[in-house]
Design a protein around this ligand. Structure first.
Ligand code: ABN
Ligand code: CU
Length: 689
């Protein structure tokens, strides 16, 4: 039977439609009864087949639409399945032992209600100073348990991080409770409570809030802000065909899944008529947020927000003028509900352009002849809420071939209780009276499936080094010589490398088969990333074992279908013995990654030592890196972007006759009355460009 559910105009990289998800669910239910759906998502086409199709899509048949399905059957049995949506049949249905699939919002939301009614939790609340009539004021942020050796991974568990709200609108993170109930998802009951040796009763400090009423109370909002409006009177400069976007020589497909959120595929740049492949697939693959307090059970606090909860599942529905300003194009996301319905997230992805300052400029100091060209950038964004924190993930495309992933971290600190005058031992900071902001990290893993001028790439590490030859020697008499030391990362073992700020270390994804006509160096994309702290939990620790991807700044593996997620496919309750994901795929380190289809995994992020300014809600902290073309283009690839203003020395000598002046006529002086229409700013007579 051939199903009519997959529409012929779907691109093979398109996420499953609501109709396809429903079809997969009904096929699974028919065969296996009332199971709960943790995942129904696109099983991405196999790369070899897909690469062929991309090269000849007019003639070759489209790769099949397949649903990747993870269900939990009665008794807590977990199954991984594949459902061919064209044929309407199940091609794989495998029972998994000792593995727990990603947790859903529905599973998380069940915990608070159970906690409020549990007699032992009520007793602990009373010990903390909350009378039992006030249990409706008790809240919990349920996290997967991470891993707890007492409980293992056969029972599906959550740990409830407990809070109190004096009033429903109060920020609960000012009132953390000191105990931690453990919830069994199968029994729907609290099976244990972790109680600290030192008790910390409920905080007595007044509420601290960020909602409008609180700000009015505290003196009101600033009144000195004039509107900033972004106008694009002629519309946007990008085009969308389905989920394929074209902008400023870029072309790529924008996918979205429950796990990574935004996924780019088949990223190319049209270089003067030649469409040049750059990356086959680009995404945030995983992240981990380890907390650094040694007291039990805080070692369990190290969220894998993608692998355990899903950047797609947690994504916000974005709104015009708030999350995104200007002329915005949105894409929705469709997910299964646990029971087998459809959950639609409207406006899950926003796409827009922004002015990006100066693209390039030069003034000849002799006569002030000038060229100045403005840049714009294209931003593909999602924002997800991981309980207390928000992560705005921006994928920024620049006109010059640079890609800049940027993560804007905001939201609220995960806090813990403290006694008045408690010594936090250096593991945290009092961010508000009675509130301990524990030290932690936010570490992200970027996955780059490289395709720089073709699938055979090699990664080199580049370190800025002074010449080896000593001062006074023939080779380096004055001692000033320095160079880029390039180290080929020829095997998976050699490629496991750390960041080194001292040598301005970067990594080049090279096509050694394509040498630049001028530099003689291989066409490449350079990874320039400067926020790369080491993983703080020590070798042998639980986090070190579970988050193998975070042990190094860079790993490189040889491409293999389904090696998508840096900490492995099913992350909740993994013990890290053995480590899943990258350490497993690196093998013994001897596999060659020279001139082949390579995947570069880059772990970057921040160490967060909380401070009072982060509370009760944190102003955005941006974390960014760039992937930029080197020895890829003949020369500056954006010289054909129309300038705002261009004058040559001979034009200046001829009183600016014939200068190119496309400066917008909307910009005006902030305070003056007249504006610069003829190349002068009207104040001191010099060229105003
Ligand atoms: N940051 C951990 C987390 C994410 C989502 C939901 C609960 C907990
Ligand atoms: Cu933080």
């Amino acid at each position: 039977m051939v199903s009519a559910v997959t529409k012929p105009d779907l691109h093979p990289f398109d996420p499953l439609t609501a109709g396809e998800i429903e079809a997969a669910i009904s096929i699974a239910k028919k065969a296996h009864g009332e199971v709960l759906f943790n995942v129904v998502s696109l099983h991405e086409p196999r790369k070899a087949e897909m690469m062929k199709w991309l090269q000849d899509s007019a003639n070759l048949p489209k790769p099949a639409r397949v649903a990747d399905v993870v269900v939990i059957a009665p008794g807590g049995k977990v199954y991984d399945g594949l459902i061919d949506l064209q044929e309407g049949n199940i091609t794989k249905w495998e029972l998994l032992e000792g593995l727990q699939p990603i947790i859903t919002m529905e599973e998380l939301q069940a915990v608070e209600h159970v906690c409020r009614k549990d007699p032992k939790v009520i007793e602990q609340c009373e010990i903390s100073g909350i009378p039992k009539e006030d249990m409706h004021k008790v809240y919990c942020d349920p996290w997967t348990i991470g891993y707890d050796e007492r409980h293992g991974n056969t029972i599906r568990l959550q740990q409830a991080l407990m809070y109190y709200r004096p009033n429903p609108d109060d920020c609960q993170y000012a009132y953390p409770l000191d105990f931690c109930p453990i919830y069994d998802g199968e029994k729907k009951a609290i099976i244990n409570i972790d109680i600290p040796k030192v008790r910390r009763p409920i905080n007595k400090a007044p509420p601290v809030n960020y909602h409008p009423a609180a700000i009015e109370n505290a003196g009101g909002y600033r009144t000195n802000l004039k509107p900033i409006n972004i106008t694009q009177p002629e519309g946007v400069s990008f085009e969308m065909k389905g989920r394929q976007l074209e902008w400023q020589n870029w072309k790529f497909h924008i996918g979205f899944n429950y796990r990574e959120g935004i996924v780019f595929n088949d990223i190319t740049y049209n270089d003067k008529g030649t469409v040049r492949p750059i990356f086959y697939r680009l995404s945030l693959s995983e992240m981990v947020v380890p907390y650094g307090n040694p007291e039990h059970p805080h070692q369990r606090k190290h969220a894998f927000d993608l692998g355990e909860y899903g950047a797609g599942y947690m994504t916000n529905s974005l709104s015009l003028g708030c999350d995104c300003k200007g002329s915005i194009h949105y894409l929705d996301a469709e997910f299964p509900s646990r029971e087998g319905g459809i959950r639609t997230i409207k406006n899950a992805v926003c796409i827009h352009e922004e002015d990006a300052g100066i693209l390039f400029k030069h003034t000849d100091f002799r006569d002030e002849s000038t060229i100045v060209t403005r840049a714009r950038k294209l931003i593909v964004q999602q924002v997800f809420t991981a309980a207390n924190y928000e992560y705005a993930i921006q994928w920024i495309f620049h006109q010059d071939g640079t890609i800049q992933p940027e993560i804007k971290l905001t939201g609220i600190l995960n806090t813990y209780a403290m006694n008045p005058d408690e010594d936090l031992g250096g593991w945290g900071t009092q961010v508000y009276p009675g509130v301990n902001g524990q030290n932690h990290q936010h570490l992200f893993c970027l996955r780059i499936d490289a395709n720089v001028d073709g699938p055979n790439n090699t990664v080199f590490m580049s370190d800025a080094m002074p010449a080896d030859a000593p001062v006074g020697s023939k080779e380096n008499f004055y001692g000033n010589a320095f160079y880029a030391k390039r180290t080929k990362l020829a095997t998976t073992g050699q490629a496991a490398t750390q960041y080194n700020g001292d040598t301005a270390r970067t990594w080049d994804i090279c096509n050694t088969n394509r040498l630049h006509p001028y530099s003689g160096k291989p066409a490449s994309y350079k990874l320039v990333s400067r926020e790369v702290p080491r993983l703080m939990p020590k070798e042998g620790s639980l986090v070190w074992k579970r988050a193998g991807f975070a042990r190094n700044a860079v790993h490189v593996t040889k491409y293999s279908d389904d090696q998508l997620w840096a900490a492995g496919r099913h992350v909740p309750q993994t013990s890290g013995e053995p480590s899943q994901g990258i350490p497993e795929w690196m093998g013994d380190g001897s596999e060659s990654i020279d001139n082949t289809n390579v995947v570069l995994w880059h772990t970057f992020g921040v160490v967060h030592f909380p401070a009072p300014e982060d509370f009760p809600v944190m102003p955005v902290e941006p974390i960014t890196l760039i992937l930029k073309p080197r020895n890829f283009f003949d020369n500056n690839p954006v010289m054909d972007v129309p300038p705002s203003y261009a004058s040559t020395p001979s034009q200046v000598a001829a009183n600016n006759a014939g200068v190119y002046d496309a400066a917008d006529k909307i910009s005006k002086l902030a305070f003056g009355k007249e504006c610069c229409s003829n190349g002068t700013n009207g104040t001191n007579g010099v060229n105003g460009h």
